[in-house]
Design a protein around this ligand. Structure first.
Ligand SMILES: NC(=O)c1ccc[n+]([C@@H]2O[C@H](COP(=O)([O-])OP(=O)(O)OC[C@H]3O[C@@H](n4cnc5c(N)ncnc54)[C@H](O)[C@@H]3O)[C@@H](O)[C@H]2O)c1
Ligand SMILES: [Zn+2]
Ligand SMILES: [Zn+2]
Length: 435
């Protein structure tokens, strides 16, 4: 086993070259980008600034380490986590960063030491860059992988396409992706069914699964899911599948409420319950509040004017000022978390799956302590839940993954897709980009 951290230098060093300045196109005429073909220049979704992502022509990734794999991406999700990069986390990105952490595709090339997959294999790539063999990975804590932990930033495992805080690893909203740890990281999936069957193994499914496990719902018990984006909605589906007695979902977007209602979730529209949401939930749960609450909203919650103002003022500052400020005094919009603390029953459990990143968030410790609330959270440990999930990705499709995407769009439409997803327009709930 490697010493903690010893692998990071070579692994991460190999991940950087993909972001070198673009070299001149290698076509005969020298000006048009060549057609896609590995070894040339690929199309990728590139971050240029706040609310500014573009599809650029960038050098294809290459095998850098003997355990690397190059994947030709066939589907790649846009996630609520990408929206944090789009809106808020600019100071931690660099112009030219390639986004995306929910890809699947076909193995194009493997390094000399890769035996677990071969060219032509169909694979899903987890969003955590995890080695699979260290102390953390061996106990299913892949998001804390000690080989890829980004120690200089004080962060856990590196993530694909996710800021300097998480290793600035080129992401998977691209035609090709370099995947390290080729023997342990890619998830091999069968040929046959469409990508939609398997692509959510990269993030949505294991994240929702972990959210439900961490919520510790007693058999037949009650759950409130705050936020019915892809993560919240899938968490509600998983909870019902696992036998929760009552699942209440809260959001403020009509299409999202309707989708969840269609799967047997009792939905509450936040816009109609601005002042009585907690009381309404208590009424629905025997006066006590639910056994468990999943917060699938995170740091950009609606209905939190104070945090919003603070976030906006910081994100408008020049990066050199904003970054240290965010690190020292950054705050989240805590509306959803406060709601969760208010509504969960005494002795109940809150599972935070929405991402929070503030350094100085005020928490009502008296209430947390007095109500004896259990609190669990974290990035999903993708590989840990794959053995539970794969058997559910059958033709019976109990979690409804086949129809889960609201949109399939070509990669070149990524700028429109980000805009649509952020503004929740045109019924956008889950968008899959197809390179
Ligand atoms: N822990 C992990 O490993 C992990 C993985 C993937 C995503 N996430 C996080 O999960 C969160 C949700 O992701 P998503 O893809 O579903 O994104 P999303 O942005 O589409 O979903 C968030 C939903 O919350 C709703 N909402 C906003 N404020 C609300 C409030 N006060 N009460 C109730 N609902 C509210 C929005 O209308 C939206 O439908 C994000 O923070 C994302 O970063 C975490
Ligand atoms: Zn994601
Ligand atoms: Zn590891």
């Amino acid at each position: 086993m490697p010493e903690p951290g010893s692998g990071i230098t070579s692994v991460m060093a190999g991940l950087y070259p993909q972001r070198c300045p673009a070299t001149p196109p290698r076509t005969a005429g020298g000006c048009e980008p060549p057609p896609a073909g590995y070894g040339l220049r690929m199309q990728a979704v590139v971050w240029h600034g706040r609310r500014d992502v573009r599809v650029d022509s960038v050098p294809d990734p290459r095998i850098e380490e003997p355990t690397d794999v190059i994947v030709r991406v066939t589907s790649s999700g846009i996630c609520g986590s990408d929206l944090h990069l789009y809106e808020l986390l600019g100071p931690f990105l660099r112009e030219g960063d390639i986004l995306g952490h929910e890809p699947m595709g076909t193995v194009e090339e493997v390094g000399a030491e890769v035996t677990a997959v071969a060219p032509g294999d169909r694979v899903v790539v987890p969003f955590n860059v995890s080695c699979g063999t260290c102390f953390m990975c061996r106990q299913g804590l892949h998001s804390q992988c000690e080989t890829t932990q980004v120690r200089e930033q004080g962060s856990g495992a590196a993530l694909f396409g996710y800021t300097r805080l998480y290793g600035q690893v080129p992401g998977g909203q691209a035609q090709y992706l370099r995947v390290p740890f080729g023997n342990t990281l890619p998830i091999k999936v069968p040929d046959g069914p469409p990508d939609d069957r398997f692509v959510y193994l990269s993030d949505v499914l294991p994240t929702a699964w972990q959210a439900v496990r961490y919520a510790d719902i007693p058999p037949g018990g009650s759950l409130v899911v705050l936020g019915l984006g892809p993560i919240g909605e899938m968490s509600a589906r998983v909870a019902l599948h696992q036998g929760a007695g009552q699942v209440i979902g809260v959001d403020l977007v009509p299409e999202r409420l309707a989708r969840a209602a269609g799967r047997g979730v009792h939905v509450l529209d936040l816009r109609e319950h601005r002042h009585d949401l907690a009381d309404t939930v208590r009424e629905l749960t025997g006066g006590r509040g639910p056994d468990s609450v999943i917060d699938a909203v995170g740091m950009e919650s609606h209905g939190a004017p104070v945090g919003k103002l603070a976030q906006q003022s910081v994100s408008l500052l020049p990066d050199s000022v904003a970054e240290p400020l965010m690190r020292r005094v950054g705050v989240d919009r805590l509306h959803a978390l406060y709601l969760a603390i208010d509504i969960v029953r005494r002795g109940g459990t809150i599972s935070l799956v929405g991402v929070y990143g503030g350094m100085t968030d005020p928490l009502p410790m008296l209430k947390l302590f007095d109500k004896q609330i259990q609190l669990r959270m974290g990035q999903a440990n993708v590989h840990r839940w794959v053995p539970d999930l794969l058997p559910l990705l059958t033709d019976e499709d109990p979690l409804g993954v086949d129809g889960f995407a609201s949109h399939h769009l070509p990669l070149r439409e990524a700028p429109r897709a980000y805009d649509m997803f952020q503004h929740k327009r045109d019924g956008a709930v889950k968008i899959l980009l197809q390179p």
